[in-house]
Design a protein around this ligand. Structure first.
Ligand SMILES: [Zn+2]
Length: 418
């Protein structure tokens, strides 16, 4: 299928207007809240999407008790028996930076210069080659006070744009299309309360990736370690030889984490320990360490090392105790995707058909796709055109968002021929 010039413009306009609307809904999630969704704002976006899907004419739309939107665009006549293909994006944004009162700025025909933002922040093309490459194109960035939320509202806008296009262009024959918008991806809970009974996708794609052409079929194995330090508190004036200070115990533990195996010291296929949060008093302190590795064997070894560090701290503080609780978060999806190569083959074909060069890279993180893959639905991840996620310097490329939307349309069309 060839997209004509007019289609490009219609698709871009649809994706951009949707994106600008969605990012203004405050959907920051909170990883310390157990229930799903972790924050009420995610309902607002979910309800908006339900309304928009219904307004487009999609009849089979469900909003679950846990804030999943799951919808189906029925197959074209004669395509009822081709595999159902799912497209998934997440409603929430990271809680590392505020996602409240996002004021997106659309720059048409970007001049390639420095963009000044609030608080002395700036988008500098000299420091960001990807940004420099957007000269003459349209981009969307923040005002510098919040994140943008392209992770993952770009993905949502691209899927919605594809649904709109498929409804308007009924000559594009396709099979059953499943649309899923999930809450709390950023909390690392991994699709809690997923409505499996409503899902019938044989293969799925997340739109939760980065730059044009990047597709991802390999992600970290991930675990969270919550380490509790129990000290022995007493009057500091009479503490000599008696006090065990949980604050110092925790600091000691952090010092044992190898600096060369931290997020800020690694890239590519190297895993890490990430001391992500710490708080406490003399009596009791808590440290959260996120452990990541592509190799499951090395991952196990990393978790064992945490136990060694705990014993070493206890040896230095005989009056204190260290306890580690490990929660498995998600697994590398490569092995499972390799078992069903057609999911990736079809994706590569869709990129090629829409004129996008394929770049396969490992995800230094996870997506909801890793969970679905584990459940037997191979779920590669597709670029969305967003950059600098989880920060105030986040921006998104309009031509790349348009390209992602076209890939979705081409993918569902290709699967219709399977
Ligand atoms: Zn994401």
């Amino acid at each position: 299928m060839r997209f004509k010039e007019i289609d490009e413009k219609i698709i871009a306009a649809s994706v951009v207007s949707r994106f600008l609307r969605y990012v203004q809904v405050w959907t920051t999630s909170c990883r310390h809240v157990e229930k799903t969704p972790s924050t009420p704002g995610q309902w607002d976006l979910a309800k908006l999407l339900v309304e928009e899907l219904q307004a487009l004419g999609v009849q089979d739309v469900t909003l679950t008790d846990s804030c999943y939107v799951i919808a189906h665009l029925p197959a074209s006549a004669g395509k009822e028996n081709v595999p159902c293909v799912g497209f998934l994006a997440h409603l929430d944004t990271s809680d590392e930076v505020s996602g409240k009162d996002v004021k997106p700025r659309l720059v048409e025909d970007y001049d390639g210069g420095v963009i000044y933002l609030a608080g002395n922040r700036r988008l500098d093309p000299a420091l960001d080659p990807d940004l420099a490459a957007q000269k003459g194109k349209s981009i969307i960035h923040t005002d510098g006070t919040t994140l943008l939320g392209a992770d993952d509202k770009a993905g949502i806008a691209e899927i919605m744009g594809a649904v709109e296009c498929l409804i308007q262009r009924s000559e594009i024959a396709h099979g059953d299309m499943e649309i899923i918008f999930s809450p709390d991806e950023e909390t690392g809970k991994g699709l809690p309360d997923f409505p499996y009974e409503k899902s019938r996708a044989a293969v799925c794609y997340t739109l939760d990736g980065g730059a044009l052409g990047e597709i991802e079929v390999e992600c970290f194995n991930a675990a969270e370690a919550v380490i509790t330090f129990t000290g022995k508190s007493m009057h500091p004036g009479y503490a000599r030889g008696k006090m065990a200070n949980a604050v110092v115990m925790a600091a000691n533990f952090v010092n044992m984490l190898p600096r060369s195996e931290s997020p800020e010291a690694t890239d590519g296929y190297f895993g890490y320990f990430y001391a992500s949060e710490i708080n406490g008093t003399t009596e009791r302190a808590r440290l959260d360490v996120l452990v990541r590795d592509f190799d499951l064997g090395v991952m196990k070894e990393r978790l064992e090392r945490l136990e060694f560090f705990a014993k070493a701290v206890e040896a230095q503080f005989p009056e204190g105790a260290v306890n580690i609780e490990i929660t498995d978060q998600y697994h590398n999806m490569k092995e499972k995707i390799d078992e069903r190569p057609e999911a990736l083959d079809m994706l590569k074909q869709a990129l090629s058909n829409t004129g996008v060069d394929v770049r396969i890279k490992p995800i230094r993180g996870g997506t909801d796709g890793s969970r679905l893959t584990e459940m037997g639905v191979p779920t590669p991840n597709i670029f969305t055109g967003g950059r600098n996620w989880h920060g105030t310097l986040e921006w998104a490329s309009v031509p790349e968002m348009t390209a992602a939307c076209k890939v979705v349309i081409e993918l569902i069309r290709l699967w219709g021929e399977a």
